[in-house]
Structures are given as structure tokens and as C-alpha cells.
Design a binder for this molecule. Structure first.
Ligand SMILES: Nc1ncnc2c1ncn2[C@@H]1O[C@H](COP(=O)(O)OP(=O)(O)OP(=O)(O)O)[C@@H](O)[C@H]1O
Length: 233
């Protein structure tokens, strides 16, 4: 892969949580190309969430570089980094992290508040939010409903719409299917892949479940891409 094609590129990254000697993570080289979908597998405690935090720039590596869309995240000041994350990365959390008393549309538009370029890409943002709801199979009259009145499947779709709005080049998803039954998992991945394919978005998704692998361009495991030091339990 040409370096210029990579939406995500980690090089010689090393990290240890402050004050914690029991765990350390070293990632010599990891890239995700434009439009590529990658499933990251790994057992509990292997550092998958830690790696996502490094990718999102919520923690900074002790050594090495994390580049998103060609920018070294550690080179940005804290405020610039927060804005950069909102501009470039759509995040889908395990628990969705919706604002419970916010409406569906408020939740979907949330990342645009901190990201003027992404807001510009979204065009008429409220219409774009409604379009995403339709594309994701949410009823058209749902946009003003409070997030805490939605079913789990509906919350998940709102979380996907929030990650996709304004077409960030990279979507990072942390175990987004863990709360779903098998049929709902298939439906969720169908929607996610249809949307990322339409927009040429790169997807890095973390899971425990190797059965999801056939849907992705590439499957990697923490053990293959990282040196993981863990104290014995
Ligand atoms: N915010 C944090 N502060 C300190 N240590 C942390 C923090 N988050 C994770 N760790 C530690 O880092 C190590 C790796 O945890 P991490 O959550 O990254 O693994 P994981 O592979 O995502 O696990 P799981 O699949 O159970 O979510 C663990 O030892 C954990 O205790």
C-alpha cells in the first residue's frame, strides 16, 4: 500500500497507561487504506480499546506516530486535536453514547458542532440527518423522538448515522454489534457496509467475534499486529 493512500497509519507506536506497569502495547506498523474495511480481533484485555484511543487521539503514544488522513495527531494542540477528531473520525461506541434526552436529530448532528469542515460537507445538515435515517431504515417521523425512547436497534442506527454524517474519511467502531442478536448483527453490518461503500469511507471495527470476518476486506488480530505485555492475572 502506498503511504499516501492510507487513511490511518501507525508507525512504531508504544503506549503504557500512566501509573500502570502491568500492561504495555507496541504496534510497529498498521495501515488502513482509503475505502478499506478492517476487522480487528483480540481477546479481552489485549488492548483493542487502548489502540482505538490512540487512533482517536484521546491518548497520545509514548513513542511513534499515529497519522489520520496524513496528519500526525500528536503534533496538534489539545483543542486542535479535539476538532481534528470531530472532523476526520466517526466513532461508534459499544454503548452508543447517545445523549439520552437529546432528539434523534440532535444526536446525529452532534459531531458537526465541533467540526466546521464536516458541517460544510454535510450541506443542509438537518436534511442530511433525515436522509441518513431513511437510508438506515429508521422511520421518517423519528427525528424528533428522544434517544431514550428508542429501541436498542434504533439507537444503534442513530449511532451509525452520527458517525457517518459529513462523511468523515475514517469510521472507528468498538464492538458495535455486541448487544445484538445474530439477525440484528447481520442487518446492522449490511447497513454500515452499504453506507461506507457509498461514501468510500474506511472502517476499522473491533470485535471478539471472528465470524464477522468474512464481511471485511481484511481481518487482523491484536496478537499479529502488536507486542502486548501483560502481567499474569
Ligand atoms: N483508562 C484506562 N486507564 C488505565 N488503564 C486502562 C484504561 N483502559 C484500559 N486500561 C488497561 O489497559 C489494558 C488493556 O485494556 P483494553 O480495554 O484496551 O483491552 P480490550 O482488548 O479492549 O479489552 P475488552 O475486550 O475486554 O474491552 C488492561 O490492562 C486495562 O486495564
Amino acid at each position: 500500500m502506498q503511504v499516501g493512500d492510507a487513511v490511518l497509519a501507525l508507525s512504531k507506536v508504544a503506549y503504557r497507561w500512566p501509573g500502570r506497569t502491568a500492561f504495555s502495547l507496541t504496534v510497529p506498523d498498521l495501515s488502513v487504506a482509503k475505502g478499506e474495511s478492517v476487522l480487528l480481533l483480540g481477546e479481552s484485555g489485549s488492548g483493542k480499546s487502548t489502540l482505538l484511543s490512540l487512533i482517536c487521539g484521546t491518548v497520545l503514544p509514548d513513542r511513534g506516530t499515529v497519522k489520520v488522513a496524513g496528519t500526525n495527531i500528536a503534533g496538534l494542540s489539545g483543542a486542535a486535536r479535539d476538532r481534528f477528531r470531530a472532523e476526520q473520525i466517526g466513532v461508534i461506541f459499544q454503548q452508543f453514547n447517545l445523549l439520552p434526552f437529546g432528539s434523534v436529530v440532535d444526536n446525529i448532528l452532534l459531531p458537526l458542532r465541533f467540526a466546521p469542515e464536516r458541517r460544510a460537507r454535510a450541506g443542509h445538515a438537518a436534511s442530511e440527518a433525515a436522509n441518513l435515517c431513511t437510508a438506515l431504515g429508521l422511520p421518517t417521523d423519528i427525528t424528533q423522538a428522544k434517544a431514550n425512547t428508542l429501541s436498542v436497534g434504533q439507537q444503534q442506527r442513530v449511532a451509525v448515522a452520527r458517525a457517518l454524517i459529513g462523511q468523515p474519511p475514517l469510521i472507528v467502531a468498538d464492538e458495535p454489534t455486541s448487544a445484538l442478536d445474530a439477525n440484528s448483527q447481520v442487518a446492522f453490518l449490511d447497513l454500515l457496509f452499504a453506507q461506507t461503500a457509498t461514501h468510500g469511507t474506511s472502517l476499522l471495527m473491533v470485535s471478539h467475534d471472528p465470524r464477522l470476518g468474512e464481511r471485511f476486506d481484511r481481518v487482523i488480530s491484536m496478537e499479529d499486529i502488536a507486542l502486548i505485555e501483560r502481567a499474569a492475572a
